[in-house]
Structures are given as structure tokens and as C-alpha cells.
Write a protein that binds this ligand. Structure first.
Ligand code: CA
Length: 599
């Protein structure tokens, strides 16, 4: 799972040979959004297909986190903690596209399952039988054959659906609308500048009649932004940048002018980063779209912004007006990011009683190891507590200021002294969804304890098509390293957390070997929490954490989801590496389908 710097074959592709052409790059003009905005399209109609905050149709799974609050919770309870031992295979379908980890969460609408595989492969199955209805392969080559630069695999986390459309973000930066019934392409938008180091791996989301999409690429050097397109026409509704561009070109908004005061030097040459590559949520009552932004580009702040600064809006939760994309508030989880501590990790919207007060909150466990509870209407900091065992870059979050209390060794660039720090760049939590259960009042969070040696690169040169982090995380360091400290916690675990008190209530460490390595989680009205772990799908009692059931689904488990058809509850998860064959697995009570391969 470790992010690996990838090297381009320089001989085969001239576009990667642009080395430090600073003037030319500073002159690259990105397509600016129309900031005139547009009126929000009519709210979605009631009935199947309708979305509402935590009130989505219980039998369906209509958006990445099932509801727009992104809770990954289903009220279905036919499968429950009393009968879970009767769970058996209903069907499985081999995804005919391999070559990357499975990260998809399928959607189910009107009896059809829609999901993605590696390389932006899209498919629709009969959700009762697993029979294929259609599939669509955009035919994007991998990086070695001229495909886009992708830091962490040619993965895809899923789709959005709205009325008769299915929306997919592609590795090469395109957003496409497909006909729900046939899979035929309805419209295509190139959402990123072609030939630059942008890519899409995240699931689009729907908000106020628009489809919202971000992108990745900050390891290579890009400027982050998020764009909204009209679901019917594909016309751009708005675009909001997450970091400022070159002030000489003028600012797109007041928010960018304010942000530029927190940057130094010529940050725009490499791009600054802040890519919104995964997480969104939507509160239709507040009409706010929440966006999690990524790390700095380069990682090392002393190169990116010599002189320091918070470098807004890196590693932040942004609340944007859904109609025009204007910034309403922000909360920066890691000011002046130096460590690839993105705030792109899954967020959810909850209504909680905290210290006797009803609060509308947004919660997130970003990479940096702290679980944040923020007022989702105002951006006010409520609490921030360590959720991982190994967090050494900061000793806590200051309750008065909402800012981390950094440890002296954390600023390896400013100190000109490398350091082992926890978490490492893969974070204490990454893309794997956490889930919520309103009955237990717990958030189920896949945690990993990680560590990395960070050292500043002293001869940094920006190179298009290569990692431009300004940080050495392994090998090649200039100084003798200190001894690597031992990690104190398990490598991966499931942590059940009460967000109202911001304390862990129970935990289940993953077994080493067979069951090691987190997938995403899902909780249900059946007092259950399901998670992928290594090659296992595991069901825990949601109240106590006891393991009640498990089965093997192949290495590299994604995120479970559930739905109901004809009175039968089904449960699905994508699992299986390239070697075993990636597969969509679906279970039901008393399911008797033979396992593939007869094992
Ligand atoms: Ca990153």
C-alpha cells in the first residue's frame, strides 16, 4: 500500500522532458470556470432515486456513502447479529479488468448494480443474479504505455447516479455521463488540462442538480480544484480552486486573495497542490458542498513556500455554496502541510448532542492521525483527538485555537534535519470509508499505524511527469538516519469511536497475514458492522465488536454495501487481486451459490 515514486521512461515520451521550464509553466493558463454560477436545478423528485440527508431509500444504495451525509449506513436489518451465521454466497461476478487494487463501492438503483473496476472500467449487473447488463471500458492505457501519471495505482472508487445517468470520473481527467440503461456515452467533459499530471480516481457526487468532481496529482505538481457540471448537459456550472495561482494573473475569488497571503515564494510554478481527489458530502438544507483537500505540492513546505505560512487551503475541509462554488467556511486540519497529510479522507455529516447541545457536525479522520468534529454550518472547531496509536508529529490539537501542537522534530525541512514521524504519508486513515450507526452512536473507522522517515531534498528540481515532493521518504538520504522507533499500535485495526465524546469505545485489531490490511466499512440496522480486511469480509457485532462471521473474498478488499430486492437483503463487496481475479461478491441469508473455482 506504500505510495511509490514512479519513474517515467523518458525515451518514449517527450512530454515528460520538460524540466524546470519555470517561465513556460508559470504561463500555462488553466480553463477558468464561469463564476456567474447558475440557479440550482430542481430538487430530485421523491420515490426511488431520490436522495436526502440520511433518508435515502432504505432498500437502495444511491450514492458512494449511500446517503448524501456519506454515512455508509443502511437501516436494513434482515441480516442481523442473531442470524449472521446463515449468510452465504448469492452470486459472484469476475470483473474482466485487472491491474490495480479494488476500491469501488457499488451503487444499486431499481434492481441494477453499477460499479467500477481498475482503469476506470464501468459495469452494470442484475443485482439479483449478477448477470451482466452492460460494461464500458474507456481503454485508458497504463502509465508504462503512455497513460496518465497516477501516484497510487490505476484505481477507481465508484460512480454517481442521477435520474437516467451514470457518471464516472476517468483516470485521464474526463468526466462522462453514461445512459443508465445501456451504458452508452451521453456526454464527456475533459475536466483537467490534457498532458498535465492530473488524474481522477474518486467517485463523483451529486449536489443541487450538478455533478461534482475533483482530481488528484499533487505528488507530481498540480493546482487543485473542484468543478460542478450540469447533470443533463455537461455544461460547467462552477469551478473552485483550492489553492491560489500566480497573483500576477489576478485572483479568481476573494477566497484566493485571502489564501495567497498565507503563501511565500513562487508556489504556483509547481502548482501548490490541494487536490480534492476523494471526499465530498452535501447538506441540502444548508446548501453546502463539503470538499476535502489534499497535500501540498511539493510536500516540503520549505521548498513549496519558503518562509512558511499556513498555505491555505491545503489539507482542509471546505464548505462551498452548492449553487456557485463560493467558499463559505474552511477548517484546515494540517496548517502548512509538510507530510502529505491530506484531508481527502471520507467525511460524514452527523447531528449529535455534544455537551448537552444539539450540533450539526461534520466529522473526519484525515491522514494526520486526529479525529475532528467541526460545526458543519459555521466551521467552528469542536474537538480533535488522536485516533491512531502512533502520532508523533503533533502532541494534540489546541482546544482554544483548533490548531495542532507540533512536536519539535516535525518540521524536518525547516530544521534541516530528517526525522521518523507518525503517521507516514499513507496516513493513519486513507481512502477507506468509515461508517456510522445511529443506534450505537458509533463511527467505525479503519485505522492504520504508520511511520516514515522524512528528509528534505536539497537539490529539488521540478520535472513534469515525475514525483515532485521535495522530500526523501526512503533511501538516498544525505545523513545517517537515527534508529527507527518501534510502532506502538497494531498495523491495522477497526476502531469504534463515539464522535460526541471523541473517544474510542472498542477496537478490533486485524490478524497479521490472512486478515491484515484494512478495507472500507459499512454498518447496518441489524446491529452489524462489516469490513474488508486483507482477503476477508468480516462481520462484527456493532455494539461490542465481537467477530460474528467471516469469509474469504480475495486479497485487497474494497468497501461493503447492502440493498434489498423482492424482500431479500443482499450484501456486496469487491475483492480479489490481479492474481486471483477481481470479483464482485454478493451474499444473502441461506445463499447457496458455489464458490468460484469450487473451493
Ligand atoms: Ca498525496
Amino acid at each position: 500500500m506504500m505510495q511509490r515514486p514512479l519513474r517515467k521512461d523518458r525515451s518514449s515520451n517527450n512530454r515528460w522532458l520538460v524540466v524546470a521550464v519555470l517561465g513556460a509553466l508559470a504561463g500555462v493558463v488553466m480553463p477558468l470556470g464561469s463564476f456567474a454560477g447558475q440557479p440550482a436545478a430542481a430538487q430530485q423528485s421523491d420515490g426511488p432515486g431520490a436522495l436526502a440527508l440520511q433518508e435515502a431509500a432504505p432498500e437502495e444504495w444511491l450514492t458512494y456513502g449511500r446517503d448524501q451525509a456519506e454515512t455508509h449506513y443502511s437501516p436494513l436489518d434482515q441480516i442481523n447479529s442473531d442470524n449472521i451465521d446463515r449468510l452465504g454466497l448469492a452470486w459472484s461476478w469476475e470483473i474482466p479488468k485487472a491491474g490495480a487494487r479494488l476500491e469501488t463501492t457499488p451503487l444499486v438503483s431499481n434492481g441494477v448494480m453499477y460499479a467500477t473496476g481498475p482503469h476506470s472500467f464501468v459495469f452494470a449487473l442484475d443485482a439479483r443474479t449478477g448477470e451482466k447488463i452492460w460494461q464500458w471500458d474507456p481503454g485508458i492505457p497504463d502509465e508504462r504505455n503512455g497513460g496518465p501519471s497516477v501516484c497510487c495505482g490505476d484505481v477507481n472508487r465508484g460512480l454517481a447516479i442521477y435520474e437516467n445517468h451514470v457518471f464516472a470520473g476517468l483516470l485521464d481527467g474526463r468526466l462522462v455521463a453514461l445512459d443508465k440503461g445501456t451504458g452508452l456515452v451521453e456526454w464527456v467533459q475533459q475536466t483537467t488540462p490534457p498532458g498535465q499530471d492530473y488524474s481522477i480516481t474518486g467517485a463523483p457526487r451529486i449536489a443541487a442538480g450538478n455533478v461534482i468532481i475533483g482530481n488528484g496529482g499533487a505528488e507530481y505538481g498540480i493546482r487543485g480544484y473542484v468543478t460542478a457540471y450540469d447533470t443533463e448537459t455537461g455544461e460547467q456550472a462552477w469551478r473552485t480552486y483550492t489553492v491560489p495561482g500566480n497573483p500576477a494573473d489576478g485572483f479568481e475569488s476573494e477566497a484566493m486573495r485571502v489564501a495567497a497571503e498565507t503563501w511565500f515564494g513562487e508556489w504556483w510554478v509547481v502548482g501548490g497542490g490541494g487536490s480534492a481527489w476523494d471526499t465530498f458530502a452535501f447538506d441540502p438544507e444548508a446548501n453546502l458542498v463539503y470538499v476535502g483537500t489534499g497535500n501540498g505540492a511539493p510536500w516540503n513546505r520549505d521548498i513549496r513556500s519558503p518562509g512558511g505560512g499556513d498555505n491555505l487551503y491545503l489539507s482542509s475541509i471546505l464548505a462551498l455554496n452548492a449553487d456557485d462554488g463560493e467558499l463559505v467556511w474552511y477548517y484546515q486540519t494540517t496548517p502548512g502541510d509538510d507530510w502529505d497529510y491530506t484531508a481527502t479522507q471520507p467525511m460524514m455529516l452527523l447531528d449529535l448532542t455534544i455537551d448537552g447541545r444539539e450540533r450539526n457536525v461534520i466529522v473526519q479522520a484525515p491522514k494526520n492521525g486526529f479525529f475532528f468534529v467541526i460545526d458543519r454550518l459555521t466551521g467552528e472547531f469542536i474537538s480533535g483527538e488522536a485516533y491512531a496509536d502512533d502520532v508523533t508529529w503533533a502532541s494534540g490539537i489546541d482546544q482554544a485555537t483548533g490548531r495542532p501542537i507540533e512536536t519539535p522534530e516535525a518540521r524536518y525541512g525547516m530544521n534541516r534535519q530528517g526525522a521518523y514521524l507518525s503517521p507516514g504519508p499513507t496516513g493513519a486513515h486513507n481512502w477507506r470509508p468509515m461508517s456510522w450507526n445511529p443506534t450505537t452512536g458509533l463511527v467505525y473507522l479503519p485505522v492504520q499505524n504508520t511511520q516514515s522517515y522524512y528528509e528534505m531534498v536539497t537539490d529539488f528540481r521540478y520535472t513534469l511527469g515525475q514525483w515532485n515532493t521535495g522530500t526523501t521518504i526512503r533511501g538516498g538520504g544525505s545523513r545517517a538516519r537515527p534508529e527507527r522507533p518501534e510502532l506502538t499500535g497494531p498495523r491495522t485495526l477497526l476502531s469504534a469511536r463515539d464522535p460526541a465524546t471523541n473517544r474510542e469505545v472498542w477496537r478490533a485489531a486485524s490478524e497479521e497475514g490472512f486478515g491484515a490490511g484494512n478495507g472500507g466499512t459499512m454498518s447496518t440496522g441489524g446491529n452489524l458492522v462489516f469490513r474488508g480486511s486483507g482477503s476477508l469480509l468480516i462481520a462484527h457485532d456493532a455494539t461490542t465488536g465481537e467477530v460474528l462471521w467471516q469469509t474469504e473474498v480475495g486479497g485487497g478488499t474494497a468497501t461493503p454495501m447492502t440493498y434489498e430486492l423482492d424482500g431479500v437483503q443482499y450484501l456486496s463487496i469487491a475483492g480479489g487481486s490481479t492474481r486471483e481475479g477481481p470479483r464482485m461478491w454478493t451474499f444473502r441469508l441461506d445463499g447457496m451459490a458455489p464458490r468460484p473455482g469450487g473451493n
